[in-house]
Write a protein that binds this ligand. Structure first.
Ligand code: HEC
Ligand code: HEC
Length: 343
């Protein structure tokens, strides 16, 4: 269930108290700033390993692994090939290309702001960042390398053996590799945004249009906030927004994991931080722009004639005006962290 309970009200309706809730995020950002300053943020080649500094902790070792192609079968791609730092750690393609030119079946989401997520992947098949790591490494459409093989490779690398000994006091294992990558991902919390500055009490951090967009986002008219709530704009639930019709749109989403008919076409509600730089959108990357997303919500039936099991919130067109669509779009852009803004 997701309604307008006290928690949601607390988070978004009272700007100042919001700051306390996102404090953890800020601590993560500071940590990240430290890590980034150390390496120099922004990796020019999306696939390249940051300058080889000796990692002194799990986070830094995880960062090396995240950018290292050693974890893919033919050593051609790394996590960062699909989770590209400059695009908010997402990809710019509807679906990404794995080893041997293989196409995946889902859009690459961001892997930032994942610290508080109880489920990962659109269907929620992993329950923690540590559990998540082996999926892309072993996935035939992604890195296609059995974990056993990955560990063998790392153990054959003099450099990694030294680094793991220093950080974990042991050889690389499936467990500590997952732990290191997850620790790095936890540094990718972002809260340096116009929205956060506004919530911390800076009235001028958002424009009038953006403020109107925020009000609309939370309103009964647009209903966005009924599903996209909490500091990261997700309730971590599985919902069906109408992108399943079993004919043209066949990804069953959460149903694949639970085999419960009520879950057909439900996907994990994604957080919306940095959504301005993570196009294209949705589990299948079918919308190229935020405007297309907003047009879709305004009237899903223009895009999908017979959606199956669509959420009751979206059964009737919203009837947004052009001005309202502009405002909503402007608001979504206030969630982009400074580090991803084009200078
Ligand atoms: C070939 C592209 C590709 C590569 C390489 C890749 N990923 Fe992903 N990643 C994806 C896709 C696609 C999804 C969504 C899959 C799904 O939901 O079923 C995803 C999902 C995720 C998620 C979950 C995000 C969420 O919203 O639930 C995390 C975290 C993640 N990847 C981290 C990693 C890490 C760590 C690596 C390297 C070990 C990696 N990825 C390598 C494409 C890739
Ligand atoms: C019934 C719950 C629900 C409501 C209401 C809702 N969303 Fe969503 N939203 C979702 C789900 C679930 C997804 C993922 C669907 C998919 O991938 O197929 C999503 C995806 C998105 C995405 C794409 C994110 C990405 O990274 O691909 C954006 C942007 C978005 N919603 C914005 C909005 C806005 C703006 C509103 C209000 C007009 C809204 N949502 C209303 C549940 C909802």
């Amino acid at each position: 269930m997701c309604g307008t309970d006290g928690y949601q009200q607390y988070i978004l309706l009272q700007p100042r108290t919001f700051a306390a809730v996102k404090k953890r995020g800020v601590i993560f950002s500071l940590l990240c700033v430290a890590v980034c300053a150390w390496y120099g943020f922004g990796v020019p080649d999306k696939n390249s390993l940051p300058a080889k500094k000796v990692p002194i902790n799990k986070e830094q070792l995880g960062e090396h692994l995240f950018f290292d192609k050693i974890l893919s079968a033919d050593r051609s791609i790394s996590c960062a090939s699909c989770h590209i730092p400059e695009y908010g750690f997402a990809d710019t393609m509807p679906t990404s290309t794995g080893v041997g030119g293989k196409k995946g079946v889902r859009n690459t989401p961001t892997c930032a702001n994942m610290s508080d997520r109880p489920y990962l992947f659109y269907d929620g098949r992993a329950g923690s960042l540590e559990d998540q790591v082996h999926f892309p490494i072993e996935d035939g459409n992604e890195m296609a390398l059995p974990m056993k093989e990955a560990i063998k490779r790392l153990r054959a690398s003099k450099q990694y053996v030294q680094w793991f000994a220093k950080v974990f006091g042991s050889q690389p294992t499936e467990k500590n590799v997952s732990e290191a990558i997850a620790a790095y991902e936890r540094t990718l919390e972002t809260s340096n945004t116009p929205f956060d500055r506004y919530m911390a009490g800076n009235e001028t951090a958002m424009t009038e249009a953006e403020k109107r967009g925020r009000e609309l986002f939370m309103s009964d008219k647009a209903k966005c906030f009924d599903c996209h709530f909490s500091p990261d704009f997700t309730g971590d639930e599985f919902r069906n927004i109408g992108l399943y019709d079993s004919v043209r749109l066949t990804d069953e989403g959460r149903y694949k994991i639970t085999h419960n008919a009520a879950d057909l076409g439900k996907f994990k509600v994604p957080g919306l931080r940095n959504v301005g730089v993570t196009a294209p959108y949705m589990h299948n990357g079918m919308f190229a722009t935020l405007r297309e997303v907003i047009e879709y919500y305004d009237n899903p039936y223009k895009v999908v004639t017979n959606p199956l099991n669509i959420d009751t919130l979206l059964q009737k067109p919203l009837g947004l005006t052009e001005q309202e669509k502009d405002d909503l779009e402007a608001f979504l852009h206030t969630l982009t962290d400074d580090r991803f803004r084009k200078k």
